[in-house]
Design a protein around this ligand. Structure first.
Ligand code: PLP
Length: 485
């Protein structure tokens, strides 16, 4: 079917600086896979044509952000860039106390080191991996309370990032004294970039506060979440993203932020809170680990680029286009019935590797096999979010079966519609020859952070299925049949 039927997401910007891409040949891709131990984290960017590994810190900054970098007042203390940044975060969130940090996990370290003690538990809709690591590091237990539909890749529902409020109520009734804070991750990154509704956030806030438990947000993709509320929630269509943002933050006591996401910068983050009693301890840790509270591990100029980025992330034209890009690829894949988590998420599309490669058992690492195959086909780098990333944890009894996904994360303002057309074509080609795709096995398995560090190889045990061979000619946009240079 001609893909022209799907409307192109029209870029609301023009391009001022370009970075040339290299498109590796089939032989180069095969060599890169062997060299990297079939772990796409080990590829060099030279070996990648389209990089959808992550949307974190991979954004293109705007002309206004680059201009802001030139306004750096690099004073150690009291820089005007800090004041500008602080005012922006206060204005967007309403949180009075704002402490910059070099990235999201540094902000998480401050929050959890300050609030959490050994033996406690922290509920979240779904913990992101660094958030989970910080809860565990304090000797506490991360508990995922996402609604059950969050684990159903086919359920086409508007707010699959919601928390199960009945389970939250039950948890706080029995364990309330042992819960130092409740957290919600906006959007739910681990669960497919799915949003939470304002109604759900209101209920989580009410329940937490009724049990005298503070309510915090992991606000990395708060603007994308607000866009979904704007689009999908009753009465929200006439409210701006910034207004919806404020309605969200008004429900919470504070937040941690990786500005590498909806802050549209390559590095940066912060923690913000209403709780004055936390601030001295937060500042003490900040100074120990990051730097003085008016720079927090960043150059002062970076604070201004972050302030501009935070505001740009709330622009409707930007968000419409961004989420439109994800939907564009989803529509192209839909034409072939390619399975992905529904509905498409805010920052990416998550292929359902179980359904894509049903002939592979869980021990044949279908997510890793699919990610490798997509790279082999077209030098598109994606990320397994499944058995390799989360498989070393023992599932709770009665918990839903783990998701086996391959994430196509969309960097902000980086790739154009023709790049995404190419990506869809690469995935479709793998889909057409999916029956011939063999499994993978881990040949070097470190105990922790294994998705970053493990090495893989083609699975040996079911042997004869062999391994994928990329389609003879690489996907082309205009000139089909031209061979790869
Ligand atoms: C990226 C991310 C973090 C951690 O932020 P870093 O800037 O990578 O340290 C925390 N939570 C979520 C949901 C994220 O996506």
């Amino acid at each position: 079917m001609p893909p022209e039927e799907v409307p192109l997401p029209l870029e609301p910007y023009k391009i001022k600086a370009v970075e040339m891409l290299h498109r590796p040949s089939a032989a180069e891709r095969e060599a890169a896979l062997r060299r990297s131990g079939y772990n796409l984290f080990n590829l060099t960017s030279e070996e990648v044509f389209i990089d959808l590994l992550t949307d974190s810190g991979t954004s293109a900054m705007s002309d206004h952000q680059w201009a802001a970098l030139m306004t750096g007042d690099e004073s150690y203390a009291g820089s005007r860039n800090f004041l500008d940044f602080e005012r922006t975060v206060q204005d967007l969130t309403g949180f009075p106390f704002v402490l910059p940090a070099h990235q999201g996990r540094a902000a998480e370290n401050l929050l959890f080191s300050t609030m959490v003690r050994p033996g406690q538990m922290v509920p979240n809709n779904m913990h992101f991996d660094t958030t989970q690591a910080h809860v565990l590091r304090q000797g506490a237990k991360p508990v995922n309370l996402a609604v059950r539909e969050a684990y159903d890749v086919r359920a086409e529902l508007p707010f699959k990032g919601n928390m199960d409020t009945a389970r939250l109520e039950g948890t706080l009734r029995t364990e309330g004294k042992n819960v130092p804070l409740v957290m919600m991750t906006l959007t739910n990154n681990t669960g497919g970039g799915q949003p939470a509704s304002l109604a759900n956030l209101r209920e989580v806030s009410r329940i937490s506060h009724a049990h005298h438990v503070p309510f915090y947000l992991d606000m990395c993709r708060w603007a994308e979440n607000a866009y979904f509320i704007h689009e999908r929630e009753e009465g929200m269509g006439s409210r701006s993203i910034a207004e919806i943002g404020r309605a969200i933050f008004d429900l919470a006591d504070g937040a941690t932020m990786s500005a590498k996401k909806d802050g549209l910068v390559n590095m940066g983050g912060f923690i913000a809170t209403r709780d004055a009693s936390l601030v001295p301890r937060l500042k003490e840790l900040l100074i120990t680990f990051e730097g003085f509270p008016t720079y927090g591990g960043l150059a002062r100029r970076d604070l201004s680029a972050m302030a501009v980025g935070l505001r740009e992330a709330t622009e409707l034209a930007y968000l419409e286009h961004r989420i439109g890009q994800v939907r564009y690829v989803a529509s192209l894949l839909d034409q072939d019935g390619i399975p992905f988590m529904r509905p498409p998420g805010g920052h990416g599309l998550y292929l359902d590797a179980h359904a894509f490669l049903p002939h592979l058992g869980p021990d044949e690492l279908p997510g890793q096999a699919l990610a490798v195959e997509i790279y082999r086909e077209g030098a598109v780098r994606t990320c397994e979010v499944g058995g390799v990333m989360f498989g070393s944890e023992k599932p709770e009894p009665g918990s839903p079966p783990p998701l086996e996904l391959v994430r196509l994360a969309f960097p902000r303002r980086v790739y154009t519609a023709s790049h995404y057309h190419y990506v869809a074509e690469v995935v479709r080609r793998v889909w057409k020859r999916r029956a011939s795709v063999g499994g993978m096995e881990m040949v070097e398995a470190p105990e922790r952070l294994r998705h970053f560090l493990a090495k893989f190889g083609p699975a040996s045990k079911k042997g004869d299925r062999g391994h994928g061979t990329p389609s003879p000619s690489p996907p082309e946009l205009q000139s089909r049949g031209r061979s790869n240079a």
